[in-house]
Design a protein around this ligand. Structure first.
Ligand SMILES: [Zn+2]
Length: 422
């Protein structure tokens, strides 16, 4: 436990040069030597890893106040609980408290004036702490003369659709060359996924562009964190670059589901293929991708041989394999299973699949913690739940004998269900 608040470095070279009227500082996760790092949000925030979480423990802002610039502005994101949390700001023995408005997403940073707090010239320490529940992140802060507003150049770009339901945000240092195109791609893919699933996303769709040079996940082309999608800024223009895949995951998150790993990724990958086919048309790269999945189901790979003895490893581990070649195999088998089921289930398969997984109590978030018990038993239960959901989605009213046989064969070939029987 340390007594004095964490001192955040002042970054001279930020996104943009500060205007001469004031001074802008960038909160970042590095701290003075010898001081343990604050609970920084790694790279998963709009500020590209520089935002700092504000909690009950004071966080300090270190930096000199230039003459005549005594007003503090903070660029914050706030996901609040039932009531608005209060931010307590202390400097030079004075203190103000401001109720924080919700910015809805943790990546949606907005500038906020720190009430009537006035800093004296030369003041070097400001401490922030949160009173009440909420997730609050500080991206940057500034000292400005009275009645001045933060310079637009101090914030990375934000572009919104006319109805405000789609938002593209550049992280610090990211380039968004053609925001209209990105908004178009997001809208188009959100609509197609929504139509397939028979449900629209409730929250605004937010995409954060991260600088390619600071991309945090070598093994992933995109990721999402439950509320926003993250893409590299040099791949934003590619319509097949994981937009639909991550949107599918956002649906899962909104429904508060905790799916088996293969089911979650299988749904996302197979939906992305379907969206790609619908948007880019066939023939295209989709044809080759689907042919590869069919080959996998027919011949298998080093991991699993259809019809052979043993269980497909995919169904034994409920998480992404860390080994690269195994990961490839795991994604391929997951996609092959869901893609095959979608083909058998016809046009309303995805809608029924969404209904089936939402109705499955074993897939509710928190069900595992509530259930306790033997982990192996739990995995078996989740596998059975997946097989049941697939049956419900492919065979809504029992299906024909031919479809039943084809589904049994699919479940058996992937190794989800031996011999196709639960
Ligand atoms: Zn995924």
């Amino acid at each position: 436990m340390r007594a004095w608040p964490i001192a955040l470095h002042v970054l001279a070279a930020g996104c943009a040069a500060p205007a001469p009227a004031g001074i802008a500082h960038e909160a970042e996760s590095t701290v003075a030597a010898g001081v343990p790092p604050p609970p920084a949000e790694e790279a998963e925030c709009a500020s590209g890893g520089r935002a700092v979480a504000i909690g009950a423990r004071p966080v300090g802002l270190a930096g000199a106040v230039p003459p005549g610039a005594g007003e503090v502005w903070l660029r914050l994101s706030c996901v609040r609980g039932a009531t608005a949390p209060t931010l307590r700001i202390e400097a030079g023995g004075r203190s103000v408290a401001i109720a924080l408005p919700a910015t809805l997403h943790r990546e949606r940073f907005e500038w906020l004036r720190a009430g009537d707090l006035r800093l004296d010239p030369g003041e070097r320490r400001v401490a922030l702490r949160l009173e009440g529940a909420g997730e609050v992140l500080l991206d940057r802060w500034a000292c400005l003369p009275p009645r001045a507003a933060p310079d637009a150049a101090w914030s990375p770009g934000v572009w919104r659709s006319a109805d405000r339901s789609i938002e593209v945000r550049a992280a610090c240092g990211a380039a968004v060359v053609d925001p209209d195109w990105i908004l178009h791609v997001l809208r188009q893919q959100r609509e197609v996924v929504g139509r397939l699933f028979g449900a629209a996303l409730e929250r605004p769709l937010v995409l954060i562009a991260l600088p390619a040079g600071r991309w945090p996940r070598r093994d992933a082309g995109a990721f999402q964190n439950g509320c926003a999608i993250f893409l590299r800024d040099d791949e934003l223009h590619l319509p097949w670059r994981s937009y639909a895949h991550e949107i599918a995951h956002l649906h899962e998150d909104e429904r508060r589901l905790d799916l088996p790993w293969f089911l979650s990724e299988g749904i996302a990958c197979a939906v992305a293929l379907e969206v790609e086919a619908r948007i880019l048309g066939e023939p295209g790269p989709v044809v080759a991708k689907r042919a590869a999945l069919e080959r996998l189901l027919a011949e298998g790979d080093a991991w699993h041989r259809p019809g052979g003895a043993g269980t497909n490893v995919l169904f034994l581990c409920d998480e992404e394999p860390s080994d690269e070649s195994q990961r490839e195999s795991a994604y391929a088998w997951s996609t092959a299973l869901l893609e095959g089921a979608a083909r058998l289930g016809g046009s309303r398969f995805w809608r029924r699949m969404q209904e089936a997984i939402a109705a499955e109590p074993r897939f509710r978030r928190g069900a595992a913690a509530a259930g306790g018990g033997d982990p192996a038993e739990r995995t078996r239960g989740r596998l059975a739940g997946a097989a049941e959901a697939l049956r419900a989605a492919v065979l809504p009213s029992g299906g024909t004998a031919e479809t039943r046989t084809a589904l049994d064969r699919l479940l058996s070939r992937t190794g989800l269900v031996a011999g196709g029987a639960p």
